[in-house]
Design a protein around this ligand. Sequence first.
Ligand code: LMR
Length: 329
Amino acid sequence: LRIRHYALIFMALAMITGSNYAQTTIVIKFSHVVANDSPKGLAAIHFKELAEKMTKGRVRVDVYPNSKLYKDNEELEALQLGVVQMLAPSLSKLSALGFHEFEVFDLPYLFPNKEALHRVTQGPIGRDLLSRLETKNIVGLGIWDNGFKSMSANKPIHTPDDMRGLKMRIQPSKVIATQMRDLGATPLTLSFTYAIDSLRFGLADGTENPPSNFYMMQFIDLQKYLTLTNHGYLGYAVIVNKKFWEDLPAEIRVQLSSAMNETTKFANAMAQQQNELDLAAIRSSGKTTVYELTEAERIQWRKALLPVQQQMETRIGKETLNAVTQEVG
Ligand code: LMR
């Protein structure tokens, strides 16, 4: 009888606090498509550790890497439905929800350096872009870097002309597809999980990745040449289900936001390091030849790809494109 008595008091107290979460552990399922030791994977684990520490164990973050739970063409839907609570898709992939402005980050040779890029991703433009996701039941908590992508194939690529006729696996993005077509290549849009098979079975001849994804996916066994074009940015929007986020107790939201802010700093510093380490590992593997463009070749690549900005202005939106161009200029 006494136990029942206490149980009733406990239930009453839980009701008075008005929170569903009064006594239970809040679980955040964080799903992503890359390995634990990739920049995004390491950042996700860092966030888990900080979030659990800062909330004193009231929150538990379960990280599901390698598309274990959802592939990248399914995960956005899962987030909107609340089946998972957190994701970090590449910025390009938000286009699938109709947010074409995020493809601004795919424009080749738009960001002259990391500082200019961070003025956009970590500044008011980045925040404004993330806030637009709320119309689709999504809250954006931050933007994490991976790095700059380079072209790979099984034949040497030095000039833009060398891309002619190649079938290139890309992420879903009209901007990236246009970039490939402008080079005379054929874009093949595939989920990240299928990228490796597309190369293995000859569906694709090449791909574009930062060194970290290239090395982590063992493309060294499938691609003989990697040319450091560093033409386009790959970064991630860290997003949560809006209803889940807004239903959290206010103090938990504050703690998770500060865990996220710290993780973003960690993520960006570590992504740079990881890409450098992975590039060194690709070079020393002896399997993929890494080619550095000459200055004259770099000018040719820029010349071939800068028109994409103009071609994609309507898709991205003039306002977003102008704002970004001014910020980085
Ligand atoms: C890709 O599809 O190439 C990337 O977005 C994968 C990732 O999440 O890094």
